[in-house]
Design a protein around this ligand. Structure first.
Ligand code: ATP
Ligand code: MG
Length: 179
């Protein structure tokens, strides 16, 4: 029997915006409905198939293309790939949308000042001190999504509330919650 097609949830946003955290909170909600869910986290993919890439524009674009390819393969096999990737370039996100086909762009809108306060990996601090370069939001661009399917504001919402909000938005937009 042919598996029903899945679809891709593509989280984009600044470092420390909450992409990984919310992706991990959405996962059990969709699994409980019977979906196979795979989180494709930018950091993890960089340790694997993108280990050869840097953080310049070409490196970030190639990284996003590889993630999009994997997401496409998963989605067409009936799974829900949840991508958590800064994906700072609009052109990369447009490419992913085209490549994957069934694609939901979710912009985690956390403002830079809040991200910088969270600074999960300490990279904002290092970038401010000039110890590292090509830090998105500091000395590397982040192109704000113009028409994402979903915007999620993490300020004043727990990750669980954000995850519930996303599921209700998926339903409202007509994406199947049951496989
Ligand atoms: N309401 C919230 N929603 C999501 N994360 C929150 C919230 N409040 C605080 N946080 C914290 O913010 C941090 C978000 O970090 P997370 O690693 O998810 O960001 P990220 O977008 O994946 O960043 P990166 O691009 O660097 O991987 C976590 O430490 C999380 O606990
Ligand atoms: Mg992350």
């Amino acid at each position: 029997m042919m598996a029903r097609s899945g679809y891709c949830l593509w989280f984009t946003g600044l470092p420390s915006a909450g992409k990984t955290t919310i992706a991990r909170a959405v996962t059990p909600l969709l699994r409980a409905r019977g979906w196979n869910v795979e989180v494709l986290d930018g950091d993890e993919v960089r340790q694997g198939i993108s280990a050869d890439l840097g953080f310049d524009r070409a490196g970030r674009e190639a990284h996003a293309r590889r993630v999009a390819f994997v997401a496409k393969v998963l989605a067409r096999n009936g799974a829900i790939p949840i991508v958590a990737l800064i994906s700072p370039y609009a052109s990369s996100r447009a490419h992913a949308r085209k490549e994957v086909g069934r694609f939901v762009e979710i912009y985690v809108t956390t403002p830079l000042a809040v991200c910088e306060q969270r600074d999960v990996k300490g990279l904002y601090k290092k970038a401010r001190e000039g110890q590292i370069h090509e830090m998105t939001g500091i000395d590397d661009p982040y192109e704000v999504p113009e028409s994402p399917e979903i915007r999620v504001d993490t300020v004043g919402r727990t990750p669980e509330e954000s995850a519930q909000f996303i599921v209700s938005e998926l339903e409202r937009l007509g994406w199947p919650l049951d496989p």
